[in-house]
Structures are given as C-alpha cells and as structure tokens.
Design a protein around this ligand. Structure first.
Ligand SMILES: *[C@@H]1O[C@H](CO)[C@@H](O)[C@H](O)[C@H]1NC(C)=O
Ligand SMILES: *[C@@H]1O[C@H](CO)[C@@H](O)[C@H](O)[C@H]1NC(C)=O
Length: 197
C-alpha cells in the first residue's frame, strides 16, 4: 500500500510540475507576442515650416507651434503601429493627445483612441512631413507664421503651413532605424510601452 501511495504522490508531483511548466511556457509566449505587436514609440519635436518653432501641447489643452527648441511642452511622444504611417501624437509633459474636432480645430484630449486623434504621416518631395487627420481626410495639421493653429478645413497638403520636420532637441541625433526602435521599445519601456521618461 505504501508503495502505491508513494507512486501516486510521485505521479501527482509530476503532473503539477508539468502544469507549472506549461503555464510558465504559455505566459512566456504571450509576453513575447505582446512585445512583437507592440506599438512603436518615439519622442521628437515637430518643427513648423511657417512659424520656425515647435508644436507644443499645453496644460490647457491648447496646441500651438510656438515652442522653442528643447521646450518642455514641445517634447512629443509619437505612437506608430508597426510599419504603419498612422501616428498618434501626445505631449510628453501633459499627456494630452493632439486631436481634431469637427470644426477643424486642434485640441488636446486625454484619451486618443478615436480616429480624430490619428494622423497619417505623408513625407513630401521636399522632405517635409504633412499630417493628415484620419477622421477628417483632407484636413491637415497646420500653423500660421505666429504659430497659431490654422482651421484645418482650409488646409492643403502643399501649403507651407502644413509642413513639418521631425527634430530632436539640439545636440540629439534622430534615430531613424525601425529595428532599433523596436529593440529600444522592447527593452526600455514598460509593458504597455506608453510611459516614456
Ligand atoms: C472645437 O474646438 C474649439 C477649440 O477648442 C472649440 O472652441 C469648439 O467649440 C470646438 N467645436 C466643437 C464642435 O466641439
Ligand atoms: C530629401 O532627402 C534626401 C535624403 O536625405 C536627399 O537625397 C534629397 O536631396 C532631399 N530632397 C530635398 C528636396 O531636399
């Protein structure tokens, strides 16, 4: 009887060990695939061709292009779907996403899930980037010479007001290699990849 009991205990332990191993393995797999599908995150500034300053997202949810190089509100966190040209832009300091409302005004929003907060990046022949809203197609992010947002319903892709350059603060190189971004996002940033220092 003792032998049978021992044998059963042994089997039970074996079974538990297998369960534990499987569970662990599955968790690893989930974590891995989560990491692979994670959004890419980059931080940079958007330099406006017309104002000569940088797009910034302020604490009162206003968006303008009056930020000096290196200004705290000009630091933007840009989320990109893997290999996509659709981006979400938020102010690193305030956490507000840059969105567009139906009257064509740029507004900061705490949640950026909607298409009104997604922009399609279009790299133009002159190497400037235009940002077309995903919800209001044909409407672009644009700023006047003074850095005030232009009513998006009056914007066109070829207008200087809608042209931007991605720039790191002076003295910083812009890392443009996607694989490196994936590597960095996977190793440095938190599980959701959303909290960039
Ligand atoms: C759009 O945003 C502007 C600026 O914040 C605001 O004045 C206006 O009322 C908004 N329009 C709508 C329809 O939400
Ligand atoms: C755009 O950038 C590319 C690559 O850096 C360069 O070869 C090209 O001359 C630039 N075009 C203009 C119009 O500046």
């Amino acid at each position: 009887n003792m032998i049978i009991f021992s044998f059963l205990c042994f089997r039970l332990l074996q079974f538990l060990a297998l369960c534990f191993y499987t569970q662990h393995h599955v968790n690893e797999q989930c974590r891995l695939s989560d990491r692979m599908s994670r959004r890419l995150i980059r931080t940079y500034q958007l330099y406006s061709r017309t104002s000569g300053k940088h797009v910034q997202v302020l604490g009162n949810k206003k968006v303008n292009a009056m930020g000096d190089d290196g200004a705290v509100h000009a630091k933007l966190v840009v989320e990109t779907d893997t290999f996509g040209s659709r981006i979400r832009i938020k102010g690193a300091k305030t956490g507000y996403y840059i969105c567009m409302n139906k009257t064509g005004k740029l507004i900061g929003k705490r949640k950026g899930r909607g298409k009104d907060c997604i922009f399609t990046e279009i790299v133009l022949e002159n190497n400037y980037t235009a940002l077309q809203n995903a919800k209001y197609e044909g409407w672009y992010m644009a700023f006047t010479r003074k850095g005030r947002p232009r009513k998006a319903s009056r914007t066109k892709q070829h207008q200087r007001e809608a042209h931007f350059m991605k720039r790191q603060p002076k003295g910083h190189l812009l890392v443009n290699a996607p694989f490196l971004t994936i590597f960095l996002a996977g190793s440095l940033w938190g599980p959701k990849g959303s909290n960039v220092a």
